[in-house]
Design a binder for this molecule. Sequence first.
Ligand code: NAD
Length: 239
Amino acid sequence: MTYNSLVILTGAGISAESGVPTFRADDGLWMGHRIEDVATPEAYARDPALVQDFYNKRRRQLGEVQPNAAHRALAELAARWKGDFLLVTQNVDDLHDRAHAETPPATGFSLIHMHGELLKARCTASGRVCDWVEDLDVRHDSPFHPDGWLRPHIVWFGEMPLAMHVIDAALERCDLFVSIGTSGAVYPAAGLVQQARRAGARTVEINLEPSQGARQFDEGLYGPATERVPEFVERLLQR
Ligand code: NAD
């Protein structure tokens, strides 16, 4: 069977072998922190220094990591795919972006960071977003508004993920949905597979082990992303 409209969802697992720690490690902490201490609007209001420091460290760490074979295989797929291809990542790192910069995608491809990006900052007053590579100060004056500060452009728990209308529209017409390296624990990302199923799409999961939502998938490919993703892409391109 050939497919025309592809949606791929990625999570922290695709970046794990690049050296970016995943979220749901055995201890349930993200880099030693409880999510309610570093990844909620309440945490930012209560302790902005801790929250800015946490994301400053994550941002700095991007300089020490590189895209891996799984990011590169998806970039190759995006360069050679003839139909529509929406890549939705929950990751706030820039490893997909770098892989696609190395291998430019065909027209019909787009990438959405539904949970924001470490390399962007957002004004708390105007909502305007800008590129950001440096550390952010505790109360970093916004260049956009006299009453605003710059905060990380990260979707915290309790906030609305970005570009959901674009994702919904792509899922309505997609005929192949692939989920890679995500635990299926964070909504609404974990519900995208159900939307794809309702649209009649074939659904495939690639993960180290079956995720919480594994039963929603027609096919499961289990093992490290740097092995399973290039194999899957090769198979898809040979159709
Ligand atoms: P998660 O940490 O909850 O789950 C990661 C999943 O990846 C697990 O199911 C695990 O079995 C799998 N996995 C681990 N190593 C793998 C490998 N080598 N190959 C294939 N699969 C592997 O991640 P999530 O579901 O993306 O949710 C975490 C949330 O935290 C996201 O919303 C994201 O924004 C944020 N986060 C982002 C990053 C990043 O940008 N790289 C890192 C940590 C957390």
